[in-house]
Design a protein around this ligand. Sequence first.
Ligand code: NIG
Ligand code: FE
Length: 410
Amino acid sequence: MSKILIKNIKGLVQYGENLPIARIGKEMEELPILENAYLAIEDNIIVAYGSMEEWEGITDWRNVEVIDAEGKYVLPGFCDSHTHIVFAKSREEEFVDRIKGLTYEEIALKGGGILNSARRLAEKSEDDLYEEALLRVKKVMATGTAAIEIKSGYGLCVEAELKMLRVIKRLKETLPITVKATFLGAHAFPTAYKENHRGYIDLIINEMLPKIAEEKLADYIDVFCERNYFSLEEMEEILLAGKKYGLIPKVHVNQFSVMGGVAKAIELGALSVDHLEEISEEDIEAIKHSECMPTLLPSCSHFISIPFGNARRLIEAGLPIALASDFNPGTTPTGNLQVVLSLACIKMKLTPEEAINALTLNAAYAMGIHTTHGSISLGKSGNVLITHEIPSLAYIPYAFGENHVARLIT
Ligand code: NIG
Ligand code: FE
């Protein structure tokens, strides 16, 4: 049995029992912090916490790792509910094209973007994809990520989509953190099906989905609903087919345009609607009457110079928000959630408390793991993060560009 005791914690953040499953609207400012605290973890499960004044000491010191966290904060590990961390190659040539004036959409229309990544992925073996993704996940764990959702979507043919999902399954089986898999066959129309949408959708529904279900390769289903990608009707057909196999929708909507995808995805039972750089009053109304988590991706906005999601408008409408990295080679080449935290505070005007709620409790909800992650509560995951010695919690987003996480417990 492995036992860890963290003592003299400067602040135990997001702790408590019977916390809400997500914090919404004004509640997002609430972030419980216990000063001068201890936390005990056994076999990766939180078994006790409280104030150092009430700590009764340890009777059985065998196999206990004691960590002195004087001057340091302990937080639930961050949950990254939206990533494309399995990919074959970086795309800095597109980055340079954007510097020279092209937009993300223009680059994609020339055969760059998702299709560029699909060509690279076809050439790479499952083993190499796994090893490279593993290294990336280890890097993001070192910056505090304790649970990660990973999408397919650079395969765009039966064989390569299955290859990606098998890599994600292997990561699930080998990593010491929680992984959720999302099938994103509907990420873009491959070149051969550019004029034959029906053919590709049939491939997704009749060839990919049955195999994915048979091998239990996915938890969620995603569609990139956007102009030049999948229409509202195409998204509906694909999500309905996925639902027949028990895959819950979690979708890309409103990255560049408002097409009604938010309301449609919610009608189809989406757990989250992600991106929302563009948003309408109808979208907000639809989210209000749902249990769906709006998820914003500030590092994507930053990297490809598109508007930031209007977090304040959502919160003022009484809605929750989650934040995620969107780690992928095209629009967000980092999965460091501390970068997301800083950008959310600086560019979206979230307070540090709101942003931490959006990366813990609300992000756990957005990936369907709120019963085990997102807060420091008895029985939940012991994958907590310990910061370096820092003057305050707000120092984490304030001193951007530094890694404030000293260790993620695994
Ligand atoms: O979430 N927008 C769709 N998918 C990704 C980008 C994929 C890519 O460019 O490789 C995103 O931003
Ligand atoms: Fe994405």
